[in-house]
Ligand binder design. Structure first.
Ligand SMILES: Cc1ncc(COP(=O)(O)O)c(C=O)c1O
Length: 402
């Protein structure tokens, strides 16, 4: 049996080997070194000119420190391969990756359709930046049967996130992308939830996949970073000038951390999934819980689509209390001992966050009336996490139902 061709290798193998350094003179390190620099030096002006020309043609070479060197190229190459894309851009945060896409593709007078369950700070980008630039942002519900009529002659982009933030609404990306593509509209999606491992939006009709590598790619809660992966050279050329103009870059140490995170992404994500499913099943049968939002649960409304389009589920679960007051929900969160209280997710550790009611209201799929808590299920033993959740319910009940 021969070694599989590059396009046939399994993604676990790809994650271990993509972007690995070649051996110069027959020997070298396992990992791509951290190459920090503020500029690039050339032997002579002719070489500098040659590099500048290559860069102008879209080749992945650096002529200045902001472009990054081998560490950056290795990470870009590895994430592009994971996402099945053409090339990637590294940005200083997940939010700046989203903003890069919006600013690159939209001009004054353009219209963009955004699914209403997206990561909430996009609405801030809209209010503070896009409105000022005369860009018309329209939020839509994926269950709206008149969606096709919302496309306008000036619609340039369909922006979605699946599963969505907070309630993990699963979108029918192939159907949405077909609507957009038939009208020449580009499709961008946030793919942070899957780490690029459990979901391949570029094979389902999206043109752009965005990740906050702050989350699962980094995986250790010690990194802020974003990555934009595009499907064609034309789209790369469309985004590159805005990327340059905004002066975006990431430090070599952070590129290294993301690359290191990628090497173990498959095992971490699978374990997050095992642990989260156990916790989700526990929550689903608990009398204090009315609904659990986790697409891998058979009872989740997105389960059928998730099974069709995804190969796994990550560690994020939200649940709605069946009767608790806001105060009782706060007591529940405060009583947890293995869960940190805070935003973000995707690291090795468990976190809990009260979902802000005003954020839930943004989602047209939200029909509940009780407090919601989001849990990120980390790599602790699910037995301990479940015991912790149980005692937090008991504590909250004792204080508030007594
Ligand atoms: C789905 C999603 N996308 C993007 C982001 C933004 O990432 P960052 O915090 O790196 O800006 C977040 C952060 O929580 C997120 O949850």
């Amino acid at each position: 049996m021969s070694v599989p061709a590059a396009e046939d290798i399994q993604q676990e193998t790809l994650l271990v080997h993509a972007g690995a350094p070649s051996l110069v003179d027959g020997a070298g390190p396992v990992n791509t070194p951290v190459i920090r620099t503020s500029t690039v030096r050339f032997r002579d002006t002719a070489t500098q000119t040659a590099y500048q020309q290559l860069r102008a043609q879209g080749e992945p070479v650096a002529t200045y420190g902001r472009h990054g060197l081998e560490t950056h190229r290795a990470l870009e190459q590895a994430v592009s391969s994971l996402e099945g894309g053409y090339r990637s851009f590294l940005t200083p945060s997940g939010l700046s990756a989203i903003t890069l896409v919006l600013l690159s593709l939209l001009s004054p007078g353009d219209h963009v359709l955004v699914s209403d369950s997206v990561y909430s700070p996009i609405r801030r980008v809209d209010k503070t930046l896009l409105k000022r630039l005369g860009i018309d942002v329209e939020y839509f519900s994926v269950s709206d049967s008149t969606l096709s009529q919302k496309f306008k002659p000036n619609t340039r982009l369909l922006y979605v996130e699946s599963p969505s933030s907070l309630l993990y609404e699963v979108l029918d990306l192939p159907e949405l992308a077909a609507l957009a593509r038939a009208r020449g509209v580009l499709v961008a999606t946030d793919n942070t939830w899957s780490g690029g491992f459990f979901y391949k939006p570029l094979t389902l009709g999206a043109n752009i996949s965005i990740q906050a590598s702050t989350k699962y790619i980094g995986g250790h809660s010690d990194l802020m970073q974003g990555i934009v992966t595009v499907d064609t050279p034309e789209l790369f050329a469309l985004i590159a000038p805005t990327y340059e103009a905004l002066g975006l870059t990431v430090g070599a140490d952070d590129a290294y951390l993301a690359l290191r995170g990628l090497r173990t992404l498959s095992v971490r994500l699978r374990q997050h999934q095992v642990n989260a499913l156990e916790v989700a099943r526990y929550l689903a049968q608990h009398s204090g819980v009315s609904r659990v939002f986790y697409p891998a649960l058979e009872s989740d409304p997105g389960h059928r689509l998730w099974k069709r389009d995804f190969s796994g589920a990550s560690g994020l679960i939200s649940f709605e209390f069946s009767h608790a007051s806001v105060q009782a929900a706060h007591t529940f969160v405060d009583a947890l001992s293995f869960f940190g209280i805070g935003a973000s997710w995707g690291g090795y550790e468990s976190l809990a966050l009260m979902a802000a009611p005003e954020r839930l209201q943004e989602h047209s799929c939200w029909t509940g009336s009780h407090p919601v808590v989001r849990l990120h299920i980390g790599l602790e033993s699910p037995l301990d996490l479940i015991a912790d959740i149980k005692q937090a319910f008991d504590t909250s009940n004792q204080l508030h139902l007594a």
